[in-house]
Design a protein around this ligand. Structure first.
Ligand SMILES: [Zn+2]
Length: 200
């Protein structure tokens, strides 16, 4: 069974109308690019994978693609959520918008809280990249499954290392095919992932 797609944190979602296009335009553009390269998409059984987020101004809140949207061919601003607050110790998350936040939102939050310079986070799946770089590039522990408090702990542990921060990539040993890219902007992260693919 693929461990993917269901929410492991306690979610407090306040439904609200869809966002202005300005809040989601670049997220949608780079999400579609990731979809084109099969870095966000769906497995043959229909379970979607991958999600994308961007920091909301200077705050620790962020806009993220919604839960179970990986398989949707074309996203709109109705597929996003604004994560207002997270509590990784109590495993609780508060969000608002037209869609409930991604099951990986708690992990995205860990990057934004730890590093003020991080403005964007992309979580993708790719079997060949994962197999090639797992344990060769920074990798979260096998015991840390996706969307879990253990994953938040692992992200925090690894981001203490400046070399890891420079590398902008984390591979997830406890989440088959799972990879995080994080950094200053969506364009640089997308380019980084696509250039890895071309090096396969
Ligand atoms: Zn995943």
């Amino acid at each position: 069974m693929i461990d993917e797609g269901y929410i492991k944190y306690e979610a407090f979602w306040l439904p609200a109308p869809e966002f202005d296009a300005v809040a989601t335009d670049s997220l949608i553009a780079y999400r579609q690019l990731m979809y084109k390269y099969d870095l966000i998409g769906a497995y043959p059984d229909g379970i979607g994978f991958g999600n994308i987020s961007q920091r909301n101004g200077q705050s620790n809140s962020f806009v993220i693609s919604g839960s179970a949207t990986g398989s949707v061919p074309m996203l709109s601003s109705a597929h996003f959520s604004l994560v207002l607050k997270t509590d990784p110790f109590l495993n609780k998350l508060w969000c608002t918008g037209p869609h409930i936040a991604s099951s990986e939102a708690m992990s995205h939050a860990a990057f934004y809280h730890k590093l003020p310079g991080v403005k964007a986070v992309i979580h993708v799946h790719h079997e060949k990249l994962w197999k090639k770089f797992l344990f060769h590039l920074p990798t979260t522990a096998v015991e840390a499954t996706y969307g879990s408090p253990e994953m938040v702990h692992e992200i925090n542990r690894l981001l203490d290392d400046p070399d890891v921060v420079d590398g902008k990539l984390l591979f997830m040993a406890g989440h088959t095919d799972g990879i995080f890219a994080f950094g200053e902007d969506l364009e640089a992260l997308s380019n980084k992932l696509i250039s890895l693919l071309s090096a396969l």
